[in-house]
Design a protein around this ligand. Sequence first.
Ligand SMILES: Nc1ncnc2c1ncn2[C@@H]1O[C@H](COP(=O)(O)OP(=O)(O)OP(=O)(O)O)[C@@H](O)[C@H]1O
Ligand SMILES: N[C@@H](CCO)C(=O)O
Length: 291
Amino acid sequence: MIRIKVPATSANIGVGFDALGLAVSFYGTVEFNASDEELQIGGCPKKYQNKNNLIYRAFVNGCEYLKKDVPNVSIDINNDIPIARGLGSSAVCIVAGLKGASAWFGDRLSDEEILNLATKIEGHPDNVSPAIYGNLCASINHDGDIQVAHYKVDKSLNFIAMIPDYHLSTEAAREVLPDTMSYADAIYQIGHLGVLIKALELGDMSMIKSAIVDKMHEPYRKKLIPDYDQVAKICEEENVILYISGSGSTLMAIAQDDQVDSLFDKISSQFPNWQIKPLSVDTTGATTEIV
Ligand SMILES: Nc1ncnc2c1ncn2[C@@H]1O[C@H](COP(=O)(O)OP(=O)(O)OP(=O)(O)O)[C@@H](O)[C@H]1O
Ligand SMILES: N[C@@H](CCO)C(=O)O
């Protein structure tokens, strides 16, 4: 049996739209076994138990890339990462499927190949890079070749995922974005991104607070998250930093150790149906186990 474990990821982190992503300590696992039937899938909603399943599609893509016949396979998913909430559930599926195909044929795909294939499926590299490598990744698509810079985030920082009881698909969250931005806003974003990455490495809360403020997607997307303003007010009162994780609906707070409990209590009491998950940075990325 092949077991692939993949971390959830939080993309964009304010000013790093489609480029920056962080692996966090929340995991999905997918097991691949030989099967008598062409395809068996368990552990996910019924609507995904067919050949359109993203894990299977990525698995098939990996087999085709390796020029191998697609084997009969049984796929068992154990994944609590909520779907379409901005925590990279699709990247988990894609990376698991490609790594599953690689392991099936004797570990044949390099991480670089997996990253290139995964980005083609996902459309952008910001979730799939940290899902593969762990830590904080800044990724670029350089003429079709995906290249990644790896960064460590200071251990003093906690990432508190505040996961609403409603979803927001990436597709819907991209539809509200304008087609162009001004030169002045582009300059603003570039400068802020460079400073944000260093501030995350240093764990400098004050520098993160200034550098993370985005002009490219958050102003448009916050309107799709009905509770954004209320959560932002609480984060301001608690002096923690807030950003929209991926395309939402999850709102992510960055906090120091002594700020976590109070924020947790306030958000859970005002949003009793939300999942509140204090997370740390995953430093390993996706792993493969042959059992
Ligand atoms: N456990 C799962 N089983 C089957 N398919 C899944 C599972 N989890 C996610 N998916 C697939 O991923 C899609 C959700 O991807 P989407 O990009 O909208 O959100 P996300 O990856 O959760 O969030 P974000 O990209 O903003 O971080 C689903 O429509 C489905 O195709
Ligand atoms: N960068 C992507 C992440 C979600 O897949 C977005 O914000 O649309």
